[in-house]
Ligand binder design. Structure first.
Ligand code: SIN
Ligand code: FE
Length: 300
């Protein structure tokens, strides 16, 4: 499998149609470089097929008002965020999400063999709710440009690597905006960030508000996430472009690094992986190292 010629600074295109496809050396070398430099890897023809018996799962009926995602843990087979599912429906969702998780992992391992020994499973998610219908606070509003950072689950510097697939059955694109490179985001927002209050990380952990310690890195990334979303002038004026992902397409992106916003779309599958910074081909490109360089101190 090799590259299609594209001239976008935002993404590289791969013509792959199959989740198990192998890649040649040149393609793998280009892909890891592009990904680590903050580009998306876009697969216009990589569809995830539902079995006929799974088609009834394309409904918003299982979603609760509070949660936009149905999430699945590949390690424990646990399903979260659903309501009113029968046992059969829950099993069907588990089976669908587990199959997507395996496909996504296979794709990532085949394209980025360098990451394979260090790749950590994160959640699998199913997003059946139309983005424009999701009621949210500004912090949870993914229609605003942001880099990902999780308040309750500090990732302590690890990269967030996500595989997305649009499975909309009615031909609807998933529409994103992509913003400026992380270096520029950091330069813009670092001067506004506050240091954490002394002892606050331990307290958050003791109170069970975070799973694990919120490191200085997590603290700054969360603030960048919040400040980006809060700044409406920035949302308008920041350099940005619209990307449209049609049904039957997939894409890989490091969402802790790439400023993104999801504007509209319904029915998507997503798999998160975590990757220790040291497992990158060039760790200097990680948000952790960029912030450490700019702030002149260690953050984890
Ligand atoms: C996000 O990661 O901000 C949302 C992506 C999406 O739901 O399309
Ligand atoms: Fe996000």
């Amino acid at each position: 499998m090799s590259y299609e010629v594209t001239h976008s600074p935002y993404f590289q295109t791969l013509a792959s149609e199959n989740w198990q496809a192998g890649f040649d050396e040149t393609t793998m070398a280009k892909a890891i470089q592009a990904l680590e430099q903050g580009q998306l890897i876009y697969f216009p023809h990589l569809a995830f097929h539902l079995f006929p018996a799974e088609m009834p799962l394309l409904t918003t009926r299982f979603s609760t008002r509070k949660r936009k995602n149905i999430s699945y843990n590949r390690m424990t087979d646990d399903l979260h965020g659903t309501k009113k599912t029968t046992l059969l429906e829950a099993e069907a969702l588990q089976s669908l999400l587990s199959r997507f998780a395996e496909h996504a992992r296979q794709l990532v391992e085949n394209l980025f063999p360098h990451y394979q020994p260090a790749l950590i499973w994160g959640r699998t998610s199913y997003r059946p709710v139309q983005i424009t219908h999701r009621p949210t606070s500004y912090r949870k509003d993914d229609k605003r440009l942001h880099v990902d950072a999780f308040p309750a689950s500090p990732n302590q510097g690890k990269r967030i690597l996500r595989v997305f697939c649009n499975i909309n059955p009615k031909g609807e694109d998933r529409v994103w905006r992509i913003g400026e490179p992380f270096e520029s985001v950091a330069a813009q927002f670092l001067p506004r960030l506050k240091k954490p209050m002394l002892g606050s990380s331990r307290l958050l952990q003791l109170l069970g508000l975070t799973k694990g310690l919120r490191t200085l890195y997590d603290h700054y990334m969360l603030q960048i996430h919040d400040q980006m979303k809060a700044d409406l002038a920035y949302q308008k004026s920041a350099r940005q472009t619209e990307l449209r992902f049609p049904p039957g397409s997939s894409w890989i992106v490091q969402t802790d690094h790439v400023s993104h916003a999801a504007m509209s779309g319904q029915y998507m599958l997503e798999q998160t992986f975590y990757l220790p910074v040291e497992a990158m081909q060039d760790p200097r490109l990680s948000p952790l190292r960029v912030l450490e360089r700019k702030l002149g101190k260690e953050l984890i």
